[in-house]
Design a protein around this ligand. Structure first.
Ligand code: PLP
Length: 361
């Protein structure tokens, strides 16, 4: 092969991003029809009608650049969260904000600490900026926050804590987050990644009201991708103290949150009651799937997200391929387990029926 360009070593060493396989790809690969995708923790339903209308209206104006500051959306978020507008910013998905956090805080050689297994983009963005990833093993599929705090040093710029965790589905309470934040000095920004907040057990608390006010070095990331069903539009947000928000804002790619995404997010906030009803349905489905898995003697972890984790170890590849041949696309983590997104009741029945034809126990 001829060479062209000289990528930075940090980029050369990166694996290519592998998104969850879609249904059409699985159909082609296995020569089947009617496949369903339960691989990317998406919402199974299209946006609610008022959001769909807002999207169509905003689409008519895309000859103009969006409002880079997303002023209206930020004001609406601040109002709905009862914080000041200076405490909120938006990004191109919360993944965009994770990348911005790395660009903002991590120089080559700086440390980024996170429990592992967790969200796949943490190692990628850490590596991209030349940071040193320091990972802390899970205990019983959940975070060992004492061990995470022990791993933090003077060189630690960021800590990533996904709660509920992707892919294991375990959550951390506000009390535990407060104890953790007390132990970590102000020179380290603690990122509480709540992409699945809406599916979480409310009794665990709300870090925006319980943790942020007393810990200005903590931020909360949330997104419109999962509960609100806007994954394809790319809009997430961060809540934190003004100095952190201001620094992270400097790294926002111009107009990264496009006008359609801003309009959809504003309409989605206004439709929160409808969104909450759908979340209730998905939570009930999640619990139904979990009890079916349990009564069939399957190995799985109780989840607070819109997915379940089956730690299948060495049997992972066999099980996910067998499920795919039966038309159910899940997300495999080779040698570790499969993550199965909760879909509609029909889709979940498809998954359970397929699983009963596969030896996964
Ligand atoms: C899905 C997910 C996100 C975010 O996604 P965006 O679509 O970029 O907002 C962030 N963190 C975790 C842990 C996720 O699983």
């Amino acid at each position: 092969m001829t060479t062209a360009g000289r990528p930075r070593p940090a980029v050369d060493a990166l694996p290519a991003y592998r998104p969850g396989k879609d249904a059409a790809q699985a159909e082609e690969e296995h020569g089947i029809s009617d496949a369903i995708k339960l691989a990317s923790n998406e919402n199974p339903w299209p946006p609610v009608p008022t959001v769909a209308t807002a999207i169509a209206e905003a689409a008519a104006g895309v000859n103009r650049y969006a409002d880079h500051r997303a002023s209206v959306l930020r004001a609406e978020l601040a109002r709905s969260l009862s914080v000041d507008a200076e405490q909120v910013t938006v990004g191109c998905g919360s993944v965009g904000l994770l990348q911005q956090l790395c660009l903002t805080y991590v120089d080559p050689g700086d440390e980024v600490v996170y429990p592992w297994r967790s969200f796949e983009v943490y190692p990628v963005f850490t590596q991209l900026v030349g940071g040193r990833a320091v990972t802390v093993p899970l205990r019983e599929h959940a975070f060992d926050l004492d061990a995470v705090a022990d791993a933090v040093t003077d060189r630690t710029k960021l800590v990533f804590l996904a709660t509920p965790n992707n892919p294991t589905g375990t959550s951390v309470s506000s009390d535990d987050l407060n104890r953790f934040a007390d132990r970590v000095g102000p020179g380290t920004v603690i990122v509480i990644d709540e992409a699945y907040r809406e599916f979480n057990d409310a009794a665990l608390g709300d870090p925006v009201t319980d943790v942020l006010p007393n810990h200005p070095h903590t931020v909360v990331l949330r997104t419109f991708s999962k509960a609100h069903g806007l994954a394809g539009l790319r809009v997430g947000y961060m809540v934190g103290s003004p100095p952190v928000v201001e620094a992270v804002d400097k790294t926002l790619f111009p107009f990264a949150v496009n006008a359609i995404a801003q309009a959809a997010a504003i309409a989605a906030i206004a439709a929160d009651a409808e969104v909450a009803e759908r979340v209730d349905v998905l939570r009930a489905e999640r619990d139904r799937v979990a009890s079916a898995l349990g009564s069939d003697g399957n190995t799985f972890v109780a989840s607070e997200g819109n997915f379940v984790w089956m730690p299948l170890g060495d049997r992972t590849d066999d099980v996910y391929i067998a499920l795919e041949k039966l038309g159910v696309v899940t997300r495999p983590f080779s040698g570790e387990g499969i993550r199965v997104t909760i879909g509609t009741a029909d889709q979940n029945d498809r998954f359970l029926a397929a699983l009963s034809n596969v030896d996964a126990r």
